[in-house]
Design a protein. Structure first.
Length: 227
């Protein structure tokens, strides 16, 4: 039973936010005690070459990880790092990773999308993370880790990825592509796909395109914000 003001739906029936789906994924893994099994499956499925074989014991999974900001904040008062306040990297300092798997010598970054695909602009930022993280560790005198990037998308999008893996010249965007459906079907994680995820990309990709002046509600909200 939902809420009257949502036409008897629950918010989970409406939300298209991948952060919510990522949190649900991790909660299910922890509830089922299958975090380690999921990571082992991810490494095998993505054919990731770790610096040290995964032992199933030493790991941590983070959600909405603001890596650059928090890493610099943790160390800058001691090291007085030179780049922490530069305007040019303010966007980088706010950058968050949807899922981040910390291993002894490796970090697996998972960039998730549920309701849409990935734009070229977004992918260009993802590609810079490996070198940016390495620079952070060098400047802060921290051990260098190997970074692996995984694109996590809807199954419908993965069928037509639009150069999701690599560019025309062969430069890699991601080390691997993962779908929500794959986790449910192949990882032995006990993960159950939320009903909303089963068609959310298809629904989004087939939305009617309206002209701006046809969005009466958006016009009214704009007026309120301007006031």
């Amino acid at each position: 039973m939902g809420f009257d003001y949502l036409k008897n739906k629950n918010w989970r029936d409406i939300s298209r936010e991948e952060r919510g789906f990522c949190i649900d994924l991790i909660c299910q893994l922890r509830h089922n005690y299958t975090e380690s099994a999921f990571i082992a499956w991810l490494i095998k499925t993505g054919n990731l070459e770790l610096r040290e074989p995964f032992d199933g014991k030493r790991f941590e999974i983070g959600v909405e990880v603001c890596y650059y900001r928090d890493l610099i904040f943790e160390h800058e008062f001691q090291t007085k790092t030179r780049f922490a306040n530069k305007k040019s990297i303010r966007g980088l300092l706010k950058r968050t990773f949807d899922l981040c798997i910390f291993l002894p010598h490796d970090i697996i970054i998972i960039e998730a999308k549920a309701a849409k695909g990935m734009t070229n602009h977004q992918i260009s930022h993802f590609r810079k993370d490996k070198s940016a993280i390495e620079t952070c560790h060098q400047e802060l005198n921290l051990t260098i880790v190997k970074v692996h990037l995984i694109g996590h998308v809807a199954g419908e999008y993965a069928e037509n990825p639009k150069s999701l893996i690599s560019t025309k010249d062969g430069a890699k965007h991601f080390d691997g592509i993962l779908t929500w459906e794959q986790i449910q079907n192949n990882s032995n994680s006990g993960y159950i796909l939320p009903p909303k995820l089963q068609s959310i990309y298809f629904e989004t990709d087939n939305m009617t395109n309206y002209q701006v002046n046809q969005h009466k509600l958006i016009e009214k909200l704009s007026e309120i914000v301007i006031e």
